[in-house]
Design a protein around this ligand. Structure first.
Ligand code: COA
Ligand code: AMP
Length: 631
């Protein structure tokens, strides 16, 4: 019998009492004077008046409690053939050494530090070192190009950047330093210091005066004790940029105190993980899943986390995940459905699964995109453990809806991430803000205030925060997801209501891609849509109309456009298809009919929009995409 309904009701009747109880699992330097302060910030702040330190709670407290020998972090890198383990005491020592280097290089409490790193233990250490000295890290995913990195440098205005000399993809080595130098060149803001972790595969050239060899400096600082900085619970833990509707990403940040409280609670209640158990989030530290469930949450509870530098397939085969489960006795695995689609495609009969001992695995958690029922069923059948979908966003940092395994598993309904978590009063509203009946599609919103860990606002952008999230449905946070609730209170998340698309669990802005296409000298206008992709869920597809008088071949321009998006946004955009068309379908008021284009590209039946200016354009679009778009 699940305790979920009782726990949710307890939260609803006394939210402050609920979070005050949860806060007891965190070490505070000074307790909160008010658990929730409705008059602070844009919609209120959690744990006002409290002070704390995240690195203390992730590391020192476990060592002080006598668990220094317990494994904190496992590193497994099939792309380099490297494996390593760090105990809590060892991880603490490495973090202190990096913290010492940061301090020596002039980084102070409140300063921002951009972290541009691949999946190596030093990335986790760098993040925790920032937390230790009260600096605010902003991790940039390695698959982003230098312009994206530049945008983040310009917005966060970091004192220092921490980077590795390279990232390693199965098919190539990516030298990070040239990308970083280019990004710093693009940015009006210049960091004072660049700390480079030299990997054996690539040695980056260092600029005298500005650049520091981080590995060597940290080795020299080994053994130094750097005390944890006392920060306010309402000081930012970190900034993580995520795709918005334009090329300007949104700087999501969260409060230090609330972040710890919610994540710590989730590890027990949602993931059912106990200290000493191995929890593996197969994501990347550059994404929110990586921040919350590779770095912070597992360490907050004293579990073992896993840093895996590889892919679900091809490194070396579709048995990679099961080899990991056997080798490290992994209790719970968290990944995106796309990873399972990749495994299923390579190994539909689960031949690799049979080769490994998976008896330690209790649960598979999926998030990052809609978990399609076929994939969920396949995983359930092959693994024989509960497959738990849960829904969340970079903005929240933890699940809005899920199936709280630690409170007792609720019946699973395929296609649903189950029920709202305590802290979230989730409602479904029509466009005018009225509640829609159960079973009907609408805008999914969360009644304010949002719970601890959710963004209190955007970094240096209160107005943008209000406009993007709070204005459309007064009193509510707009998730920009559409879906419905059934009579049992289960949520179904169907699609985004904005122009965000989800490619292999990566959140991307079609608006940002349109800005890139529009910058091509031959392009008059364009539209980017997400079309159905069997592996990645969605794939971007661009339609462009050329300027009058352009004589260059359409195929050549299409190729240039694909390269342009890769260069300006990055390979992670997976932008592979640009189609030159004569015209774009529009309404009589000039609005591009992106939804109809998407339906045509996906081969879906569609109703002719009543407001369309010229219906014959749709036939042109159909002809243009036939045989071009995967769908
Ligand atoms: N640095 C540089 N390039 C990167 C990168 C990084 N950190 N991560 C990805 N890329 C590149 C890839 O090499 C690829 O480049 P290519 O076009 O030259 O092949 C491109 O970005 C797209 O990468 P990806 O989305 O990973 O696609 P893929 O085809 O290489 O692999 C999957 C497909 C399904 C195996 C892969 O997406 C995956 O493992 N997904 C798991 C989901 C996940 O981690 N989601 C995060 C949120 S939970
Ligand atoms: P991100 O901010 O990258 O985590 O992306 C958040 C978005 O991914 C959400 O707003 C949803 O559109 C989508 N998403 C994440 N998890 C799920 C899920 N379990 N089911 C459906 N959509 C999801």
């Amino acid at each position: 019998m699940s305790r979920y309904r009782e726990v949710y009701a307890r939260w609803k009747s006394n939210p402050e009492g609920f979070w005050a109880d949860a806060a007891r699992d965190i070490d505070w330097i000074k307790p909160a004077s008010r658990v929730f302060a409705p008059d602070e910030g844009v919609y209120g702040r959690w744990f006002s008046g409290a002070t704390c330190n995240t690195a203390w709670n992730c590391l020192d407290r476990h060592v002080v409690a006598g668990h220094g020998d317990r494994t904190a972090l496992i590193y497994d890198s099939p792309v380099t053939g490297t494996k390593a383990r760090y105990s809590y005491a060892e991880l603490l020592a490495r973090v202190e050494a990096i913290a010492a280097v940061l301090k020596d290089e002039g980084v102070k409490k409140g300063d921002r530090v951009i972290v541009y790193m691949p999946m190596i233990p030093e990335s986790v250490m760098a993040m925790l070192a920032c937390a230790r000295i009260g600096a605010i890290h902003s991790v940039v995913f390695g698959g982003f190009a230098s312009r994206e990195l530049a945008t983040r440098i310009e917005d966060a205005k970091p004192t220092a950047v921490i980077a590795a000399s390279c990232g390693i993809e199965p098919n190539r080595i990516i030298a990070y330093k040239p990308l970083l130098d280019e990004a710093i060149g693009f940015s009006a803001h210049k960091p004072d210091k660049v700390l480079v972790f030299q990997r054996p595969q690539v040695t980056a050239a260092l600029q005298p005066g500005r650049d520091v060899d981080l590995g060597a400096a940290a080795d020299a600082a080994a053994g130094r004790h750097v005390p944890c900085e006392e920060v306010a619970a309402t000081d930012p833990a970190y900034i993580l940029y995520t795709s918005g509707t334009t090329g300007q990403p949104k700087g999501v940040f969260r409060d230090t105190g609330g972040h710890m409280v919610a994540l710590r609670w989730s590890m027990s209640a949602i993931y059912d993980i106990k200290p000493g158990e191995v929890f593996w989030a197969a994501s990347d530290v550059g994404w929110v899943v990586g921040h919350s469930y590779i770095v912070y949450a597992p360490l907050l509870i004293g579990a073992t986390t896993v840093v895996y530098e590889g892919k679900p397939v091809g490194t070396p085969d579709a048995g990679a995940f099961w080899r990991m489960v056997e080798e490290y006795r992994i209790a719970a695995l968290f990944t995106a459905p796309t990873a399972f689609r990749a495994i299923k495609k390579e190994d539909p009969n689960g031949t690799f699964l049979a080769k490994y001992d998976r008896s330690s695995l209790r649960t598979l958690f999926l998030a990052g995109e809609r978990a399609d029922p076929d994939t969920v069923k396949w995983a359930e059948e092959k693994l024989g453990v509960p497959v738990v979908d849960h829904w969340w966003q970079t903005e929240t940092g933890w699940a809005i809806a899920g199936n709280p395994v630690g409170l007792g598993l609720l019946p699973i309904k395929h296609g649903s991430p189950t029920v709202p978590m305590p802290g979230y009063d989730v409602q479904v509203l029509d466009d005018a803000g009225h509640p829609v009946p159960n079973g009907k599609l609408g805008n999914i919103v969360v009644k304010l205030p949002l719970p601890p860990s959710c963004l209190p606002t955007l970094w240096n952008a209160d107005d943008r925060f209000r406009k993007a999230y709070l204005e459309e449905f007064p009193g509510y946070y707009k998730t920009a997801d559409a879906g419905m609730m059934d009579d049992d209170g289960y949520l179904f998340i169907m699609s985004r209501t904005d122009d965000i698309i989800n490619v292999a669990g990566h959140r991307l802005s079609t608006g940002a891609m349109e800005e890139v296409l529009a910058s091509h000298p031959d392009v008059a206008e364009c539209a980017v849509i997400g079309v159905v992709d069997a592996l990645k869920g969605q794939a971007p597809c661009g339609f462009v109309v050329l300027k009058a008088g352009v004589t260059k071949e359409a195929a050549a321009i299409e190729k240039e456009l694909v390269t342009l998006v890769r260069d300006k946004i990055g390979p992670v955009a997976a932008f592979k298809t640009a189609v030159v068309v004569d015209r774009l379908p529009k309404t009589r008021s000039g609005k591009i009919l992106r939804g109809t284009m998407r339906q045509i590209a996906d081969g879906e039946d569609f109703r002719m929009p009543a407001t369309i200016d010229d219906p014959s354009i749709l036939d042109e679009i159909r002809t243009a995409v036939t045989g071009r778009v995967v769908g």
